[in-house]
Design a protein around this ligand. Sequence first.
Ligand code: AVI
Length: 327
Amino acid sequence: CNTLDNKMPQIELNDASTRFYDDVMRGLSATPKRLDSKYFYDSVGDKLFQDLMNCDEYYPTNCEMEIFTQQTAELAKAIVGSGDAFDLIELGAGDATKSSHLLRYLIQQQADFTYLPIDISENVISYLNITLPVTLPGIAIEGLQGDYFDMLKKAAAISGKRKVVMFLGSNIGNMPVDDAHGFVRVLRDHLSAGDMVLIGVDLKKNPKTVLAAYNDKEGITKRFNINLLSRINRELGGNFDVDKFDHYPTYDPETGACRSFLISLADQQVTIGSEVISFKKDEYIYMEISQKYAIEQVDAMANATGFKPVAQLTDSKQWFVDAVWVA
Ligand code: AVI
C-alpha cells in the first residue's frame, strides 16, 4: 500500500485504487468535467452491464451473437488460414459467451489452436480456466490475467505460433476515433506479419435505435453511469448525493458519437477525501463515448493502422460487423 498524502482519502489505497483516485481527481478538476468509463466495471457495474445486455433496447450483444451463431463457419474460415497451428487470443474475454460458439466449432473441425483469454480480472480468468474445459471438452486454454499489451507480449514469449486476436463487443467504440486508431496501431506493433485481428464494431444506423440503446426505459444505463459516483463514494470516501445527478445520453448521426453525460441538478459541493469539488446547477460530467462507424470506416481503420481487411461479417440487420484483418 502507498503512503497517503494529506489530500487522499483516509482509507488504505493499493496501486489500482491510487490510479483510480488520481484519474477521478484529474477528471473532476478539468473543464469540462469528465470521468473514465473504464471505471464503470466494479462488481455492481458488471451486474448492471449484464442486465443491459439483456434489455430490449441494447441491440449490440444480440447482433454480434447472431454473427457468432449463424456465421460460425465463415468466421472460422476467415481466421484458420492454411490450417497451421495458431493462438486464438481474446482481449477482455469476460464470460466468453460469444466466442465459445467459435471455439466449439474450431474444436469440432479439429483446428490446431490454443485459446488465450486475456482479462484484467483474476475472477474472469480462473472462471474460464475452470469452466471451459468442462463445457468445451478438448479445448487447450491458457488464461492470462493482466493488461492487454503486457499479456500480448507474454503470449508471444510463450509460443511463436501465428496469433489471431479477438476484440469483440464494440469495445473499440469506447474510445474516440483517434484513440481507437492509436490503440489498433499499438496492437499492430505487438503482432507480426500474418497475424490477424477479429474485431467487433457497432455500425451507424437509425439514430433513434442507437439513442434508445443508451437510454433504456428501465433506466439501467442511467444506473450504470450513476454507479460510478457510488463507486467513488464506496472506494474513495466520496459523498456524492446520487439523486442530485441526472443521466443525459446523446447521439450525433453525423459523427457517429454516442455520448453519456451526468448533469448536476443543483449548485452543490462534493467531497472526496479532503478535496472539495464544486458543481454548478446544469453542469455536466462527460462519462462515456460509444462510437458508431460506417462500414467503410472499419476497412479504413485497418488500412490506416498497418492491417489489410480480409473479411466483414454482418448480422441480418447490418447493424454490427465482425471484421477480420491481417497484419
Ligand atoms: C462495453 N461497451 C462496448 C458498451 C457500449 O455499448 O459502449 C458499454 C455500455 N455503455 C452503455 N451501455 C453499454
